[in-house]
Design a protein around this ligand. Structure first.
Ligand SMILES: Cc1cc2nc3c(=O)[nH]c(=O)nc-3n(C[C@H](O)[C@H](O)[C@H](O)COP(=O)(O)O)c2cc1C
Length: 195
């Protein structure tokens, strides 16, 4: 039973837990929409990496397309869809960079190959061929041989601080349920939307 008396992030956690408990592939995968300051949108999948304060976090390259868009126009939208649950959760909000120490602590937990990848890939840039990437990886391996790999300055986390969260639950006859939380000065305004 959906309860507007509960915090939206508590509901989101419950949906995610259900997706994880069903063994669904990549239950933390989410579509992240960004836009240029002129309003030209782009979207791609990233992985949810937990909460920071009351926001949704993810990690990426600050200099790739999404990184540049998020820095120059700090608003984004996120969508989770779990087909096996017939559920969707949408977030819209402001974007902030995570504190550097939080990004560095997370980077330190990543597999070494992913750490090397973060140094080797100039995300979103055109490359001549796949060998180019492999040679970059080799160079990086050599540079950090027998060393701890630090978090690259161009890599880290963002947090989306939501001003709207919408829960969608599929129902028969397309009479789906939509539960909306909108941030107001005094707290969340909650209401239903027509499917
Ligand atoms: C399941 C899945 C998870 C992904 N997770 C991430 C992620 O957490 N961070 C990231 O930067 N890219 C991730 N990617 C790659 C992005 O979708 C995208 O290709 C990349 O970030 C470059 O996007 P951009 O050029 O718009 O910046 C993931 C892709 C898939 C399919």
């Amino acid at each position: 039973m959906f309860d507007f008396g509960r915090d939206p992030l508590a509901h989101f956690q419950e949906f995610l837990k259900e997706a994880e408990s069903k063994g669904l592939p990549e239950p933390t995968g989410m579509s992240l929409a960004t836009a240029t300051p002129e309003g030209r949108p782009s979207v791609r999948t990233v992985l949810f990496k937990g909460f920071y304060q009351s926001g949704i976090t993810f990690y990426t390259n600050f200099e790739g397309r999404k990184g540049r868009e998020l820095i120059s126009n700090p608003f984004a939208a996120i969508n989770f869809w779990w087909p096996a649950l017939d559920k969707q959760v949408r977030f819209e909000g402001n974007i902030e960079k995570l504190p550097r120490d939080v990004s560095e602590a997370y980077f330190a937990t990543r597999p070494r190959l992913s750490q090397l990848g973060a140094w080797s890939s100039n995300q979103s840039a055109e490359i001549p061929d796949l060998d180019f990437l492999q040679s970059k990886l080799k160079e990086t391996e050599k540079k950090f041989e027998n060393k701890t790999i630090p978090c690259p300055p161009h890599w880290g986390g963002f947090v989306l601080v939501p001003h709207e969260v919408e829960f969608w639950i599929g129902r028969q006859g397309r009479l789906h349920e939509r539960y909306v939380y909108q941030k107001q000065a005094q707290g969340w305004r909650t209401f239903l939307r027509s499917p």
